[in-house]
Design a protein around this ligand. Structure first.
Ligand SMILES: [Ca+2]
Length: 334
């Protein structure tokens, strides 16, 4: 009896062992099937992410989106939304000064939304002794002329998100200050003159307060008798946090123009009854953002500064209502 039970048990074990062997022979194909299903799921996820990026511009209200004339979300993985290299007359471009010392590219190091932002890095901008270093992303039409683009309207809004990884300081000190005290241009307007040469009109410059060590900003103009416009109340430009800058410009070659700046949805500087463009038979305006100076310090390395830009827009309605500090907290970072 006992031996019979042992035999039965042994038979059960043998059957179980056979079953295990069969399963182990089957498992490679099952495993392959499972892997295929996993791959399909992974591809599906990637596709859905590509189709529906966490894109700040795409999530703005439709009524505002209809007012957008041009945009750069940098999700092409390059700067071609600015330069439109396939066009014969792109109406914009990436303009560099001191090419060996500057970098202009799209990057995944930072993004306000989606995966990419635009990076503008300058190097060797030291004590005004090594010349100007500049990266400028510029537009002067809504699209390439040969794709139906038009010159920018004479009243329009220009906006971008900006990220500073370090609290840079453009201040120049005696005895090596050549007399300008230091300047750092990150946002500017130019216009073409009677000879069709572009001339500086206005720039939004950043500066660092020597006491508080905080960054602030001011408007600077070379084409008005007053040169500098400070914020009416003290403002702080954030570091290591995305902030939103918007400008409204009413183009005027006489002192009847207007320029106003918003920081994170709040109006901080307004200049009324000013010239915003140089004399030209064809009133025009060019917008640029970038990183431009001949001296920068305050970061890890003197002379080196990086700025990231994302979700840059030209629109006939203001983007600032959607960039207030409250909504800033919900900005998507992938
Ligand atoms: Ca982006």
């Amino acid at each position: 009896m006992v031996s019979d039970q042992k035999i039965i048990k042994s038979a059960v074990y043998v059957s179980f062992a056979l079953l295990l062997t069969m399963v182990s022979y089957m498992s490679p194909s099952q495993s392959a099937l499972a892997q295929t299903q996993a791959t399909v799921r992974a591809k599906g996820q990637t596709e859905s992410q590509t189709v529906k990026p966490a894109n700040w511009i795409d999530n703005l209200p439709a009524t505002f989106q209809q007012s957008i004339l041009w945009k750069a979300d940098y999700e092409t993985g390059n700067l071609e939304q600015w330069s439109i290299p396939t066009a014969k007359y792109p109406g914009g471009g990436i303009l560099l000064t001191a090419e060996d010392d500057v970098t202009a590219k799209a990057t995944t190091v930072q993004a306000h939304s989606g995966k990419y932002s635009g990076e503008a890095t300058i190097r060797n901008a030291i004590r005004a002794t090594r010349g100007n270093k500049a990266v400028r992303f510029m537009r002067w039409t809504t699209d390439a002329y040969d794709r139906g683009g038009a010159e920018l309207p004479l009243e329009c809004y220009y906006s971008t998100w900006v990220y500073l990884p370090e609290a840079y300081d453009p201040k120049k000190h005696a005895p090596w200050d050549p007399g300008d005290g230091g300047w750092w241009n990150i946002f500017q307007f130019k216009s073409n003159d009677e000879q069709n040469e572009s001339q500086s009109g206005w720039s939004l410059n950043l500066e660092k307060d020597p006491q508080s060590r905080r960054l602030s900003c001011y408007l600077y103009s070379q084409i008005n008798s007053d040169r500098s416009w400070e914020p009416e109340e003290a403002v702080e430009i954030p570091v290591r946090k995305w902030f939103h800058i918007e400008a409204f410009v009413k183009v005027s070659q006489e002192e009847t123009g207007r320029i106003e700046i918003w920081l994170d949805g709040e109006s901080i500087i307004r200049a009324d009854n000013v010239r915003t463009a140089v004399k030209s038979p064809n009133p025009n305006i060019m917008w640029g953002i970038g990183n431009y100076t001949d001296h920068i310090d305050g970061g890890r390395k003197i002379g080196t500064a990086t700025i990231y830009f994302d979700d840059s827009l030209i629109s006939t309605k203001p983007a600032s209502p959607f960039a207030a500090r409250d909504s800033n907290a919900s900005a998507v970072r992938n």
